[in-house]
Design a protein around this ligand. Structure first.
Ligand SMILES: Nc1ncnc2c1ncn2[C@@H]1O[C@H](COP(=O)(O)OP(=O)(O)OP(=O)(O)O)[C@@H](O)[C@H]1O
Ligand SMILES: [Mg+2]
Length: 312
């Protein structure tokens, strides 16, 4: 069953040289993105810094408005919700951020942070006490940590609090924007396993954003590879990691350094500066005349694999 459906999503930011000057052009942060997430599925979004991942997440949770395109949640456009539907959406779709430290209020104890989400959604005092205990338990935190402030907690503990806060209102979809990037490698694995465990226990769906391909491979059922605001390859995790077809995916896969992360500028983008056609025509073995002139559409290689290419 379809949970989230993103259709031809675009976000263009005006480029201005001065505060009051007219825009000299547009930065196409998101440029025609399509994907969907089924109930119980994890979609991984991967791509280098600045390719538009966070912008997509912010549009879905309504922190940003798209320039054009539509987002459907349970087949309903998120911009034409009734008040009741809007209220439900804000409960059912929760976000977990990269840096647990800056996303927690330094003046609130762990308990207060988790309880606040329950108060906002009108849960009574007695039920709150039980729920807070349950939530601490479900993210593997002992009750003795309840009265600690963020600076008294480790990075992993803080991210567990952020996850408990997101879980407080029984979400269906969690948008996790680089939720483990700020953590030590050993703690990353614990948090990923917690997310996987919660997914099966609570039948959650995730949009999981990362730079790190091994992390994406571990957690995702399907993967969308993004380059400059466009999806270039979209496939089941198995297909993508065994039969990558797009040159950019191949570069990402071959560029995985020991720690698994992609760094900004790792891909030589000078070769990709083209006047027309496909961005990858200069580094692609199968580029044809059409590729020099027209940007490729997404084509289906099979029902589990789509690639932005004229020649597949
Ligand atoms: N409010 C804004 N105004 C103008 N440009 C913006 C704004 N927010 C993002 N951008 C630009 O849009 C592009 C995409 O940014 P975004 O934060 O979505 O990238 P990202 O893929 O999440 O990168 P990272 O991996 O570094 O988090 C970038 O070039 C960024 O500078
Ligand atoms: Mg980001």
């Amino acid at each position: 069953m379809n949970l989230l459906n993103v259709r031809d999503l675009r976000k263009y930011y005006p480029i201005k040289s001065g505060l009051f000057s007219k825009p000299s052009g547009f930065l196409k942060a998101v440029d025609g993105v399509n994907f969907s997430i089924e109930v119980g599925e994890t979609l991984g979004l991967v791509g280098e810094s600045g390719c538009g991942k966070t912008t997509i997440a912010k549009i879905i949770v309504k922190l940003e408005k798209p320039t054009s395109g539509r987002v459907f949640y349970r087949n309903k456009d998120i911009h034409s919700f009734s008040r009741h539907e809007e209220h439900n959406y804000r409960k059912e779709v929760q976000m977990v951020f990269q840096d647990p430290h800056s996303s927690l209020n330094p003046r609130m104890t762990a308990r207060d942070t988790v309880e606040e989400a329950l108060i906002i959604h009108g849960v009574g005092k007695k039920e709150r006490d039980t729920r807070v205990k349950e939530l601490f338990d479900s993210v593997g935190l002992g009750e003795e940590l309840m009265n600690r402030y963020p600076h008294e907690l480790s990075g992993g503990q803080k991210q567990r609090i952020s996850i408990a806060r997101a879980l407080a209102v029984n979400p269906k979809l969690i948008i996790a924007d680089e939720p483990v990037s700020a953590l030590d490698i050993s703690v990353q694995a614990q948090i990923l396993n917690l997310l996987l465990d919660l997914k099966s226990k609570l039948n959650l769906s995730y949009l999981f954003i990362a730079h790190n391909l091994p992390v994406i491979r571990y957690i995702s059922d399907r993967v969308a590879v993004i380059y400059r605001g466009r999806i270039v390859e979209y496939a089941t995790t198995k297909e993508l990691f065994s039969n990558a077809l797009h040159p950019y995916t191949e570069i990402l896969l071959s560029a995985i350094p020991a720690e698994g992360s992609l760094r900004h500028g790792q891909i030589k983008t000078t070769e990709l500066n083209v006047e027309s056609g496909c961005d990858f025509q200069n580094i692609c073995n199968i580029a044809s005349e059409k590729c020099r002139n027209v940007k490729p559409d997404m084509v289906a290689v099979n029902k589990n694999h789509f690639v932005s290419c004229w020649n597949h």
